[in-house]
Ligand binder design. Structure first.
Ligand SMILES: Nc1ncnc2c1ncn2[C@@H]1O[C@H](COP(=O)(O)OP(=O)(O)OP(=O)(O)O)[C@@H](O)[C@H]1O
Ligand SMILES: [Mg+2]
Length: 510
């Protein structure tokens, strides 16, 4: 418990019987929990368990149907996000709220405007440097946000919350896209914050990391709080069981019964792709993905995985090189043409996954076929609905029904809809970038099983990930990407986490 008093002291923040229902689902069902000053309290649960909804009530994003929020023992209401901030409750949402075309300091000026901590631009820079010094969160105040890596943007988000002198800090899946070393750093920062008396609520699907950093862990299951326990007494297996109510089987390799990789399906030669800042994000990549194999693309965030997969599917222009699908040159083919030829793509960012929030789940699942059949009006609505029901079952999308709007889905369940749509198409080559991002343990394992099933049916899969465990579990061969170049290749059967880690570290140092 790292010296945090949880008995005899008054909680900083208490939730009593928080209840929130949406059409067809009780997102929070009488949830009570305490957060103490100096405590890191993790909130875990399956996709759709109610985590984001619960912290939404604390931070004024919605009003609960029932229940109370107490701050320092006094009941409070949170009519708006601004009101919550004014009471010292800071919230770092999963999707960054910084304005990319402004500098870090300019963003801070905007964020603090109208608050007691309001600053001018010169002061903002000083404040960022001072807070950066104090918490080991250094960011150049004059850097454009657009030029920062995900890890640095995360720091800037945290600094913004800290500058508001937050006493309670909530982070919703801050670690999804962080490379392991960036997570280590975030962990240190959270500890230091807790030591200075901040109460931290941390939502995460990474149970190993949660066990390392948290003092206590609360588990939500289908809207209910099923347990709050000290992290020191919990195990990963036990948490996973509490989350789903049953025992989980992780995906493990069985190299023995696999057919050998077949003919080359995707052949890439000397590919050059520009990143968002005009840099060479992919610089002369040559690779081949064969039928019946999963080719892993290892790398740290920012190594070019995103740009590579985007260029392969046609969503990002390429500067130079050739891409062949099944022997046919598709270098100048558009996204739609490549799709028609059997190329499917699961992008890193589900907001770019082509989901339309204001359409239903069923309609979103049917989107790719619209180009082929015309408008919805000409499609057989019953068939669309039936197909959606099937996919919702296969991919375990937690949703009241196929007619629910995508906007009403939890983050992880939106990702499952993208996966369901892409993985269920007739396909030759699947490109996926961080496909299990934001998914709970069971959903991530289910996706990995689907990927392996596709491979066994003869598809070629390109699988980009920043996580060694995941790469070791699902790939057959791994290339290591470093600053847009291939820095090494290894058969997964010969790879260990240590060896791969070294390859990536070597690449990083280069
Ligand atoms: N605005 C909304 N309208 C309707 N239903 C909603 C809305 N927001 C959330 N829900 C539903 O409430 C439930 C809980 O969602 P929530 O976003 O809290 O889950 P979560 O635990 O954060 O999941 P994830 O890990 O996928 O982010 C889900 O069934 C979701 O579909
Ligand atoms: Mg969520």
């Amino acid at each position: 418990m790292a010296g945090v008093a949880t008995s005899g002291t008054r909680p900083l923040l208490s939730l009593e019987g928080i209840t929130k229902a949406y059409p067809g689902v009780v997102a929070n069902d009488g949830i009570s929990l305490d957060l103490f000053a100096g405590e890191i309290h993790a909130l875990v649960g399956e996709n759709g368990a109610g985590k984001t909804t619960l912290v939404g009530a604390i931070h004024g994003l919605h009003q609960p149907d029932a229940g109370r929020i107490l701050l320092d023992g006094e009941p409070v209401t949170m009519p708006s996000p601004r009101a919550a901030l004014a009471r010292g409750l800071g919230y770092v949402q999963q999707h960054f709220s910084l304005i990319p075309t402004l500098t870090v300091a300019e963003n801070l000026v905007l964020a603090l405007r109208g608050s007691p901590q309001a600053v001018g631009i010169g002061e903002a820079a000083d404040r960022i440097e001072e807070l950066g010094e104090r918490y080991g969160l250094r960011v150049d105040p004059h850097a454009l946000v657009a030029d920062l890596s995900v890890g640095l943007q995360q720091r800037a988000e945290l600094l913004k919350a800290l500058a508001r002198e937050a006493r309670v800090l909530t982070l919703d899946e801050p670690n999804s896209l962080l490379a392991p070393q960036e997570w280590d750093e975030l962990e240190r920062v959270l500890r230091r914050l807790a030591e200075s008396g901040v109460g931290i609520l941390l939502i995460s699907h990474k149970l190993d990391e949660v066990l390392r950093v948290a003092d206590r862990i609360s588990v939500l299951r289908r809207g209910r709080l099923v347990a709050t326990l000290p992290a020191a007494e919990a195990t990963e297996q036990q948490l996973a069981e509490l989350m789903v109510g049953t025992l989980q089987q992780p995906v493990t390799r069985d190299g023995a019964s696999r057919p050998r990789a077949g003919e080359p399906l995707l052949v890439v030669e000397d590919l050059w792709v520009e990143g968002d800042r005009g840099e060479d994000a992919v610089a002369g990549v040559t690779l081949t993905a064969r039928a019946g194999e999963v080719l892993g693309i290892a790398g740290v965030e920012g190594s070019g995985q995103v740009e590579l997969t985007e260029a392969l599917c046609g969503a990002r222009p390429m500067k130079r090189g050739t891409i062949r699908l099944d022997g046919r040159d598709i270098s100048s083919a558009g996204v739609r043409e490549r799709r028609a030829l059997g190329l499917a793509h699961v992008p890193a960012d589900r907001r770019e996954g082509g989901l339309v929030g204001t359409l239903s789940v069923a309609e979103n699942l049917a989107l790719p076929t619209i180009g082929e059949h015309g408008r919805f009006g000409f499609l057989d609505r019953r068939a669309i609905r039936h197909r959606a029901e099937e996919l919702i079952g296969t991919f375990d999308v937690r949703v009241p029904g196929p007619d629910t709007l995508v906007n009403a889905l939890s983050g992880g369940n939106q990702q499952k809809v993208v996966l369901a749509r892409e993985l269920s198409r007739p396909l030759r080559v699947l490109l996926c970038c961080y496909p299990t991002w934001g998914l709970d343990v069971a959903a991530a394992a289910a996706v990995q099983r689907q990927v392996l099933a596709l491979r066994d049916r003869g598809a070629a899969v390109v699988y980009a990930s920043v996580e060694l465990d995941e790469l070791l579990a699902v790939t057959d061969r791994i290339v290591v990407l470093n600053r847009g170049r291939i820095a090494g290749e290894i058969a997964t059967a010969e790879a260990t986490a240590d060896r791969l880690g070294l390859m990536m570290a070597g690449a990083r140092a280069a």
